[in-house]
Design a protein around this ligand. Structure first.
Ligand code: C2E
Ligand code: CA
Ligand code: CA
Ligand code: CA
Length: 280
């Protein structure tokens, strides 16, 4: 395993390609990861900047490999996509996160939401993940409003009609749709008009380069103003410093997420935040 770089759980440093044999071995291991209960979700708070209150949580996938330790999603989601396993893994994520959201709704806050990352492959026409999700929610009597789906801009480029139909169906059921990593994909601002989007998440590459007078600060401000006028809520991602927090507050950015606020947390750690006074 390669160590060093940020985050001790990276088996490969980002950008480094695994060898073919390694990839095949990992895909075979991944095939068994669900039934071996090696996958877990951690939850990162999304915070209302003005009040400091937790707005919702983003579910982030972790793979506890029996020999290699914790593998980060950047190192196995691409393999899951290549091999088609993303459908099964994505459904598992959806099911776990929706059960968790229902539990937190009944225990802590009736309107609590969990945001789920989804891959463009889950919306392709030869699979029907969205229909499976709706059936799962109905079967478990979980309100679809407990969930937000994070998609990437690139999804909006392809199969416009089919993707739009599926997203519209999910929204009608009560889910919210969030564009992840906004500003980094092959985007066209016209998508914001064509698709009904509830949130956009300003990519951390912009947030982390903000400083007084910088281009990145101007770009962040422009995104916040534009989204506000279009009735879209904004989440700034990757906030790592108090200065970034102040700059975002000054531009009236509504929501934020990042290590400076909280790292991704286990269920137990997250519950301690939801109910700090309950620890007696
Ligand atoms: P993302 O959706 O953009 O998620 C945010 C990533 O940034 C997470 O990395 C999170 O831990 C990290 N992060 C949070 N705050 C900060 C910060 O202040 N600074 C920095 N440098 N990073 C921060 P993570 O958990 O390793 O996930 C990486 C990517 O893997 C995610 O990026 C998402 O695209 C993908 N992913 C994670 N879980 C799932 C999943 O269940 N399904 C799918 N399809 N993709 C997932
Ligand atoms: Ca995300
Ligand atoms: Ca993101
Ligand atoms: Ca991403």
């Amino acid at each position: 395993a390669k160590s060093g770089g940020r985050g001790c759980f990276h088996y490969f440093t980002s950008g480094m390609q695994a060898s073919i044999q390694n990839r095949i071995a990992l895909i075979n291991d991944l095939r068994k990861a669900i039934s071996n209960r090696e996958l877990t979700l951690v939850y990162q708070p999304i915070v209302e900047i003005a009040s400091g209150k937790i707005h919702k949580a983003e579910a982030l996938l972790r793979w506890h490999h029996p020999r290699r330790g914790i593998i980060a999603p950047a190192d196995f989601i691409p393999l899951a996509e290549e091999s088609g396993l993303i459908i099964e893994i994505g459904n598992w994520v959806f099911e776990q996160a929706s059960l968790q959201a229902a539990k937190w709704r009944s225990r802590y806050a009736g309107n609590f939401q969990i945001s789920i990352n989804t891959s463009p492959l889950q919306y392709r026409n030869n699979t029907d993940s969205p229909a499976d999700w709706l059936a799962w929610l109905a079967e478990h009597k979980i309100d679809a409003a407990a969930l937000t789906l994070e998609i990437t801009e690139n999804l909006l480029m392809n199969d416009y009609d089919k993707v739009n139909k599926r997203l519209a169906q999910l929204r009608r059921a009560g889910m919210e749709i969030s564009i992840d990593d906004f500003g980094t994909g092959y985007s066209s601002l016209s998508y914001l008009k064509k698709f009904h989007i509830d949130y956009l998440k300003i990519d951390k590459s912009f947030v982390q380069k903000m400083s007084k007078g910088s281009d990145d600060l101007i770009i962040c401000e422009a995104m916040v103003v534009m989204a506000g006028k279009l009735g879209i809520k904004v989440i700034a991602e990757g906030i790592e410093t108090g200065e970034q927090m102040q700059l975002l507050a000054a531009m009236d950015c509504q929501y934020g997420q990042g290590y400076w606020l909280a790292k991704p947390l286990s269920v137990g750690q997250f519950e301690a935040l939801l109910s700090p006074e309950s620890k007696d």
